[in-house]
Design a protein around this ligand. Structure first.
Ligand code: FAD
Length: 106
């Protein structure tokens, strides 16, 4: 099986990148697409302990996809849940877009 850390970094890159390219004002179909994608992602994620916890997190915290910002923040909070579980620092979700879409303004 793939290395859990390497798989994790690659997966978060994919997931946050999907939120970054998500429309600002998605149609109902586009909202359904990402909800289905996340449900299947949680089901198929190839780290079984991770997948189980992530699915239960999504049961308690339904995907929010009404706007790009809502979805980006939802993903950031989901990632923070895993950060907490692993004893890592939480990320400031006000900065999700700067990190994943527009780039840091240094
Ligand atoms: P990562 O956590 O991979 O983050 C990559 C980059 O994202 C960071 O460098 C930072 O710039 C940015 N970032 C950090 N936090 C946020 C945030 N909240 N919002 C936006 N950007 C952020 N590992 C386990 O050991 N056990 C598990 O149960 C587990 N479950 C996982 C569940 C899922 C759905 C995923 C995708 C991964 C899971 N992982 C799990 C892997 C774990 O989350 C990390 O990816 C891995 O430990 C590598 O961590 P990292 O410190 O390199 O950075």
């Amino acid at each position: 099986p793939p290395d859990v850390e390497q798989l994790g970094r690659a997966s978060w890159t994919l997931l946050h990148s999907i939120t970054a390219t998500y429309p600002e004002t998605p149609t109902p179909n586009e909202q359904n697409d990402v909800k289905q994608f996340m449900r299947l992602f949680g089901k198929l994620y190839p780290c079984w302990v991770c997948a189980e916890d992530f699915q239960s997190y999504m049961e308690r915290n339904k995907v929010r996809a009404e706007t790009r910002d809502r979805f980006g923040r939802w993903m950031c909070e989901a990632h923070n849940e895993v950060n907490r579980k692993l004893g890592k620092n939480e990320f400031d979700c006000n900065k999700w877009e700067e990190r994943w879409r527009t780039g840091w303004k240094d």
